[in-house]
Write a protein that binds this ligand. Structure first.
Ligand SMILES: Cc1cc2nc3c(=O)[nH]c(=O)nc-3n(C[C@H](O)[C@H](O)[C@H](O)COP(=O)(O)OP(=O)(O)OC[C@H]3O[C@@H](n4cnc5c(N)ncnc54)[C@H](O)[C@@H]3O)c2cc1C
Length: 434
């Protein structure tokens, strides 16, 4: 059986679920397809910034959302070689919630999906994978690719797979929210014609990867320090109610060497960099407990084509620096709903309407990526061996110590609210069934 809808969203991450919620709330018929059976995935973004909480407030959801926050803090603090420094200070931001909240991503997504399901025009299909795009060959103006399909025809839907069966979902608009490894992006750029495709991605070379793992929170720990730099290593602790989600920053490609040195050595490094973890890191038993995240920064040159739009990580993968990934994905979703809900409802969507989304969200995203690259350069400058620990150059330590009073509020604004802050402008026209 094939389906027809107004907006088909591929990917039930923060961008996709938020966009689905906002469009359904405005009365737009929307289907969200998510390849996994649930939202329960470890080591995903957990940092909810003031910009996202402001959106929750504007949607009237803040009171129900707040209890999901495991832990919140007005500052992100750093400990360098045993000395604590205050990082970005969010407490002075002019916003409803001037702090960063740590919320397991599955709680955020379950919360929003449950709210969205109350709107009759919202349809979330779990365990449903988008496998290809459908183009309207009648409008084909371009050459055909090796498979004989149109390379440039308007996108009119997606082929999905569920329970071993494939079917089509056709839509006025497909929004690809399927993350940094976007299937839709790959489907738009079949290898033989890759050079012709206008969805080229600018990749920025990043010198680091991150190893993610979890450890129990030691007794009496206050969870206030999130960054630890010692003996050339860097580790980030994200507090949850009973445990820490932890990232150890390593040189890109260095995981094989770390594995060869053994898990014992790895535990020693963790304890050395973050002494409060020394009593709990014994629970790291094997490399199965450690997940490698290949850190990436990239940006699609063009986020849209006829009938198709990319947002969130699918359009721009962010580095973990500043924990901005989820929040930018949500800002993209809000801007998309603001700009496209009415044209979708009125069946008046144009290509220039899609271009407006990139015009709105592209510049602040690129600015944030420039800031992240600056941080990468400062903290992890080149010239060091892959198997050696890295250490911030002297001027970075100088900046942290002396310029902190100037930089802390600025950094808090950039990280907490972003360079362009979105507000909910879509009306709530659909009647919730709750
Ligand atoms: C280990 C790790 C830690 C991170 N830590 C942070 C952090 O602390 N703070 C922060 O802000 N950001 C963090 N990030 C980044 C953050 O998770 C992302 O920027 C954010 O989730 C992007 O949201 P998205 O909706 O665009 O994409 P994603 O969250 O990647 O969601 C994409 C969704 O699409 C689904 N999907 C993919 N392909 C298909 C398909 N073919 N069909 C159907 N569904 C599909 C996926 O299953 C997924 O649910 C982290 C990322 C990782 C990997």
């Amino acid at each position: 059986m094939n389906y027809q809808t107004t907006c088909l969203i591929v990917g039930g991450g923060p961008a996709g679920v938020f966009l689905g919620f906002l469009l359904a709330r405005a009365g737009v018929k929307v289907i969200v397809v998510e390849k996994h059976a649930d939202f329960l995935r470890d080591f995903r973004g957990d940092t909810i910034h003031p910009s996202t909480m402001q959106i929750m407030h504007e949607l009237g959801l803040l009171d129900e959302f707040m209890p999901l926050i495991d832990f919140h803090t007005g500052t992100l603090n750093v400990n360098i070689n045993g000395v604590s420094f205050d990082g970005p200070d969010f407490s002075h931001l002019d916003t409803k919630c001037p702090f960063v909240g740590f919320v397991p991503q599955w709680d955020l997504l379950n919360f929003l999906a449950t709210k969205a399901k109350a709107f009759p025009t919202f349809d979330l299909r779990m365990s449903t994978r988008a496998v290809d795009v459908i183009r309207d060959d009648r409008q084909d103006v371009g050459v055909r690719n090796a498979g004989g399909r149109s390379a440039d025809g308007r996108v009119v839907g997606v082929v999905c797979e569920h329970d071993g069966k494939t079917y089509e979902i056709r839509a006025d608009l497909v929004v690809a929210c399927d993350g940094r490894g976007s299937t839709i992006r790959n489907a738009m750029a079949p290898p033989p014609d890759a050079s012709r495709n206008n969805h080229r991605v600018d990749e920025v070379g990043i010198p680091i990867d991150a190893l993610w793992f979890r450890l129990d929170r030691p007794e009496g720990d206050d969870g206030h320090t999130q960054g630890w730099l010692r003996e050339g290593h860097m580790l980030v602790t994200i507090p949850r109610r009973s445990h820490y989600q932890i990232a150890l920053v390593i040189r890109k490609g260095g995981f094989d060497d770390i594995q060869k040195a053994g898990i014992e050595k790895f535990r020693d490094t963790v304890a050395k960099v973050c002494p409060i973890l020394s009593h709990v890191c014994g629970s790291l038993e094997s490399w199965d407990d450690v997940k490698l995240l290949s850190v990436q920064i990239n940006h699609m040159r063009t986020w849209h084509q006829r009938g198709l739009l990319f947002i969130g990580d699918a359009a721009h993968a962010m580095s973990p620096v500043g924990g901005v990934g989820i929040n930018l994905a949500i800002q993209d979703a809000v801007a998309t709903a603001n700009l496209l809900a009415r044209p979708l409802l009125e069946k008046s969507l144009t290509d220039s309407g899609l271009a407006k989304v990139q015009a709105r969200r592209g510049p602040p995203t690129r600015k944030m990526q420039r800031l992240q690259r600056l941080a990468h350069r400062a903290l992890f400058s080149g010239g060091q061996q892959i198997d050696k620990p890295f250490s911030p150059p002297w001027y970075v330590r100088y900046v942290v110590r002396f310029l902190a009073p100037i930089l802390r509020p600025k950094a808090a604004k950039w990280i907490g609210l972003g360079f362009v802050q979105e507000h909910v402008e879509t009306p709530s026209t659909a009647v919730s069934q709750n």
